[in-house]
Design a protein around this ligand. Structure first.
Ligand SMILES: Nc1ncnc2c1ncn2[C@@H]1O[C@H](COP(=O)(O)OP(=O)(O)OP(=O)(O)O)[C@@H](O)[C@H]1O
Ligand SMILES: [Mg+2]
Length: 662
């Protein structure tokens, strides 16, 4: 559960942090493992190096030890073979013998130098001249010497035997045992016996008879010559932070009898005992023991080996120890350096990582930024593509996607606009259609009335006109009635014109169609009208599109329409102006459009509604039938008349005639 919660928290972190934390975890784990195993290995290597050295040092210590033993052996051997000694023995010249041997003992720093007879009874005891009653027949070395052997060995010498040699030696050997925490349990409070390096050689006369033995020795208890020599030769007296690096000790059994390990107060630590562990390994099992050990008050890398007597029995231990601290310090130094390098590496890796993640994350951040931009409607934003890796490809796809989205969006907008326009167009078409339907209906009903009225009026009018003419013929020319009759005739003619117009409007004769060039019709109408007074001040501009298709129309009716429109335009510009006449093919190419554009007074919206109504006129003398008739004609041709106008700016009437006749 907790793991899941932390995992969720982790997964919600920003990408860069996630990268860094993951790498950090991996690096730290790797670093930790390397550090742990590395330092362990390094510790082991350093310690085993130290152990190898201490083992080597122990071998050197043995050399010093055995050298001393050999020295004693040599002294004993040389002097036992000396002629002067042999002669003195033969002559029983004890005074000379004593003098000579005592000098030898003192010169070579021996504690004991004793000459015995063939039965092992001391003849000359240089260490205690007045004591010779005893027998050394129990001493294994003397026994062997009397058998003709030259022997040297370390021996335990009992207190009684020491006293026999010299009382001071017994005192020198005596040691109060200091209680030692880790030592083997023992009730012994003191040690009385001593341990001696001892050698013996036979005294052989000229007849090859063994006449006695010479033995000599050095008591090792409280004698520091060997241990100090070991320190000097092996360790060269080196010190580390005020402490001696190397130490050596000789144990009598498990008791320190000669050492240069010092206690806190600087006194040599004799009287203390070896630990139980070492005791077991070396004294009981006879093994070498090489380990780190706490000796007196410091950790030492220690090597212990058993000291054996002439019979091969273990009687003591030779020890060499090296202060562990320099090695530990060296190990720590290496460890700290190692850790420092590791930390530095992690920092460098992190910096590198930071830059690497930046290169990976920056494009992603750009993409997030871009997405936000698009979400806010900015389709023009492009993600920069730095590389062609997966992120680069993603960015590329992303850009393509936005591009497609943008195009789709534009199309949608365009489509919306088109739709709007279409709707507008359709609405307009519908409105137009509705308008024209209303107009057609109006025309149809009005046409019927007009036709009826015209028919009814036409005959009486013809009678009036005929009768008026008859009356004019019979009335003398100078008669004032002539004028009245003339007026009747003119007004009747006018009425007849109106009626004709009405009939024209109402009749809606089927057009007589033929293929004509519409521009030609325009030109003809202009040609006739140009000479008229109405168009005096009007400038006519022609913009007729060439190569228009011929269309099938009733030319005379279309002429009438153009006539009406040009006259109307001219009448709308009493002060003069410009009439532009354009002909063109419609955009759909289904119609030919002829536009009459004037710069006249314009038409109000109110007027526009009634424009094509019959009898709608704003002119005094107008019939108001011009546009109504024109409308009817164009309708007969399945065409249209459109008006655009702005008051006091001008008007435009556009006639559209289908290209394909029906
Ligand atoms: N180009 C134009 N500019 C301004 N008003 C116009 C234009 N054409 C027509 N009109 C208006 O439309 C009315 C109807 O025109 P229509 O041609 O049907 O009759 P009319 O010109 O008045 O009389 P008639 O054609 O018999 O002389 C006109 O009286 C005028 O008010
Ligand atoms: Mg008119």
């Amino acid at each position: 559960m907790i793991f899941k919660r932390y995992m969720n928290k982790f997964l919600n972190l920003p990408l860069r942090l996630k990268f860094i934390l993951s790498f950090l975890a991996v690096i730290s784990l790797g670093g930790l493992l390397t550090l742990t195993f590395g330092t362990r290995l390094e510790h082991r290597t350093i310690i085993s190096l130290a152990q190898a050295k201490v083992q080597h040092d122990l071998a050197s210590a043995w050399m010093v030890y055995n050298e001393k033993l050999n020295d004693i052996r040599d002294i004993v051997l040389i002097n036992s073979n000396r002629e002067s000694v042999q002669n003195s023995v033969k002559n029983n010249d004890k005074a000379t013998l004593f003098k000579y041997l005592d000098r030898i003992r003192k010169d070579f720093n021996l504690d004991v130098l004793t000459l015995t007879d063939a039965q092992g009874k001391p003849i000359i005891r240089t260490s205690q001249p007045d004591f010779w009653e005893d027998e050394q027949i129990n001493d294994p070395l003397v026994i062997r010497a009397l058998r003709g052997e030259i022997v040297a060995a370390t021996q335990i010498i009992s207190r009684e035997e020491l006293i026999k040699e010299n009382k001071t030696l017994a005192e020198q050997a005596y040691l109060e045992i200091i209680p030692t925490p880790k030592a083997a349990p023992s009730a012994k409070k003191h040690e009385e016996n001593g341990m001696m390096l001892k050698a013996a050689a036979p005294l052989i006369d000229e007849n090859n008879n063994i006449v006695g033995s010479l033995y000599g020795g050095i008591l090792l208890n409280r004698n520091y010559e060997i241990v100090d020599r070991v320190k000097e030769i092996v360790f060269k007296g080196e010190r580390y932070k005020g402490r001696e690096i190397g130490t050596a000790t000789i144990f009598q059994h498990d008791l320190r009898i000669s050492t240069n390990v010092k206690k806190e107060n600087g006194v040599r630590a004799i009287g203390t005992r070896v630990s139980l562990e070492v005791n077991q390994a070396v004294l009981k099992e006879g093994r070498s023991w090489i380990h780190r050990a706490f000796v007196v008050n410091d950790w030492y890398i220690s090597a212990y080996e058993p000291i054996k007597n002439i019979d091969g029995e273990i009687i003591g231990i030779l020890y060499v120890g090296m202060l562990e601290k320099p090695y530990i310090d060296l190990r720590n130094k290496v460890m700290i350096t190692f850790t420092g390098i590791a930390v530095l590496c992690v920092i460098i890796l992190l910096v590198i990582l930071f830059f690497i993640t930046s290169t990976i994350i920056r494009p992603l951040q750009n993409m997030v930024f871009a997405t936000n931009k698009i979400a806010r409607g900015d389709m023009n934003y492009k993600v920069e593509i730095d590389f062609q890796d997966e992120v680069g490809q993603l960015a590329q796809s992303y850009n393509q996607m936005t591009e497609a989205l943008k195009t789709a969006n534009q199309k949608l907008i365009q489509w919306g606009k088109t739709l709007e326009k279409r709707v507008e167009e359709r609405t307009k078409e519908l409105q137009d259609m509705q308008g024209s339907m209303i107009q057609s209906e109006k025309m149809a009903s009005l046409g019927k009335i007009a036709a009826g009225v015209a028919h009814e009026i036409n005959n009486p009018l013809t009678s009036i006109l005929i009768n008026a003419h008859l009356m004019m013929e019979i009335t003398p020319e100078e008669s004032p009635l002539q004028e009245n009759l003339n007026m009747i005739s003119e007004e009747t003619s006018r009425c007849s014109d109106i009626v004709k117009g009405l009939l024209e409007f109402a009749r809606q004769n089927p057009p007589l169609k033929s293929y004509v060039d519409i521009n030609g019709i325009v030109e003809t109408v202009i040609g006739i009208l140009e000479k008229q007074v109405t168009l005096k001040n009007v400038q006519i501009l022609k913009k007729l599109e060439e190569k228009l298709p011929l269309i099938e129309v009733d030319a005379s009716k279309i002429k009438q329409v153009f006539w009406n429109l040009i006259i109307n335009a001219a009448e709308a510009m009493p002060e003069g102006g410009t009439l532009t006449i354009c002909s063109r093919l419609s955009r759909s190419e289904e119609f030919i459009e002829i536009e009459f554009l004037d710069t006249g007074i314009g038409i109000s919206d109110e007027q526009k509604k009634k424009l094509f109504d019959p009898f709608f006129t704003t002119k005094g003398g107008g019939t108001g039938l011009g546009l109504a008739v024109s409308y009817g004609i164009i309708e007969q041709h399945q065409g249209k008349i459109g008006v655009r106008s702005q008051l006091s700016q001008g008007s435009s009437f556009t006639v559209s005639l289908p290209v394909k006749g029906t």
